[in-house]
Structures are given as C-alpha cells and as structure tokens.
Design a protein around this ligand. Structure first.
Ligand SMILES: Nc1ncnc2c1ncn2[C@H]1C[C@H](O)[C@@H](COP(=O)(O)OP(=O)(O)O)O1
Ligand SMILES: [Mg+2]
Length: 196
C-alpha cells in the first residue's frame, strides 16, 4: 500500500452501545447523509471467511471452535480496510469496535485517536425486546433469548468500560435510543455537526 495510516486525517467516529441498541440502524442513516465509510468488525470477519483466503480459513477454524479471534487480526483488518479507502473516504464510521478497553488502547496505538464516540444508549429491557423481534426475521443465530442474555452480560462487563475510557477525553456523546429512529438520528446529526 502506498498510503500509510498517517495519511488518514479524516474523522474516525466510533459507534458504541449494547446489542440491539440501534447502532446499525443509525449507521445506515449516517452513511446516507454524510457518506462516511462504514466498517463493521463483524462484517469484515465474515467477508474474510467468505473470500476463502488463507487468513479467512484460519479465522473460520478459530470461530468454529467458539474461540475469540485474536485482537491483532481484527485490528489489522480494520486498518487495511481504512487504508484501502484512504483516497476516497470522507471519514470512517467504526461499528462494534472496540469491544473492550484493550482493543481501544490498541486502536490508539495502531490507528489513532477517534474524534467522537456515539454512545447509543437504550435500557436492557428495550434491547432485549428489539433483539427478540429482530430475531423473528434476521436469521442471526445469536438473536435468541439465551444468547441475547449472554451478549448483554458481556456488553455490560467488557464494553461499557470502553465508554468510560473515552469519557475521560470528552469525546463521548450519549444518544438516547429509546426514542423513535428519526428522533434518535436528529441527536446523532447534532453531535456530528458539532465536530465541524
Ligand atoms: N430507535 C428505535 N426505535 C425502535 N426500534 C429500533 C430503534 N433503533 C433500532 N430499532 C430496531 C431495529 C432492529 O430491529 C433492532 C436492533 O437495531 P440494530 O440497529 O440492528 O441494533 P444494533 O446494531 O445495535 O445491534 O431494533
Ligand atoms: Mg449491528
């Protein structure tokens, strides 16, 4: 690659929040309005597996055993995807990463400091309700009540501390995601526009 990550001066926005809080829904609207490059760590991993590459095969083996994909692998994939879009990107929207404080620290070291963290916040009860409903049509194996409980536990244990970590730098904007989608987006827009 000709570009290094140093040439990437654009905004990095992190999208954080619990499972079912509405991250994906808001990301879609952000992309439509601002044209940012949307990178979802889960999508990147699944695409790598689907490509049949050597790394994809290794990832698949790890995931089949139910183990965690090494932190460096996920981060390298995000970084490569960022570099690949460096010439055309207006900014990056990173969805679902970092999942734990360690991942946030590594992100800083290898990529840089994000400009904003949108903390999409909904009550546990609301997230469960939305995921159960999403599970009726999503075809996602993890949208069932038992797995949802585990994902929520992991979120509160590992991911919420990430928000506290960035709060110290005052880049966190808390978004009330109990509201209807368009009202949530109005708050998101305000937070992004304040950056400019
Ligand atoms: N503000 C809102 N009000 C009502 N339903 C919402 C909502 N935001 C999202 N949803 C619905 C859409 C999905 O079926 C479900 C989960 O949303 P999602 O965007 O897929 O969440 P996430 O990506 O955070 O897991 O909830
Ligand atoms: Mg999502």
């Amino acid at each position: 690659f000709k570009n290094t990550i140093k040439t990437i001066k654009y905004y990095v926005l992190l999208m954080s929040g619990g499972p079912g809080s509405g991250k994906g829904t808001q990301c879609e609207k952000i992309v439509a309005k601002y044209g940012y490059t949307h990178l979802s760590s889960g999508d990147l991993l699944r695409a790598e597996v689907a490509s049949g590459s050597e790394r994809g095969k290794q990832l698949q083996a790890i995931m089949q055993k139910g183990e965690l994909v090494p932190l460096d692998t996920v981060l390298d994939m995000i970084k490569e995807a960022m570099i690949a879009k460096a010439d055309v990107s207006k900014g990056y929207l990173i969805d679902g990463y970092p999942r734990e404080v360690k991942q946030g620290e590594e992100f800083e070291k290898k990529i840089g400091a994000p400009a904003l963290l949108l903390y999409v916040d909904a009550k546990a009860e609301t997230m469960v309700k939305r995921l159960v409903k999403r599970g009726e049509t999503s075809g996602r194996a993890d949208d069932n009540e038992e797995t949802i409980k585990k994902r929520l536990d992991l979120y509160y244990k590992a991911t919420e501390p990430v928000i506290a970590y960035y709060e110290k730098r005052s880049i966190v904007r808390k978004i009330n995601s109990e509201l209807p989608v368009d009202e949530v987006f109005a708050i998101v827009e305000k937070a992004i526009d304040e950056l400019k």
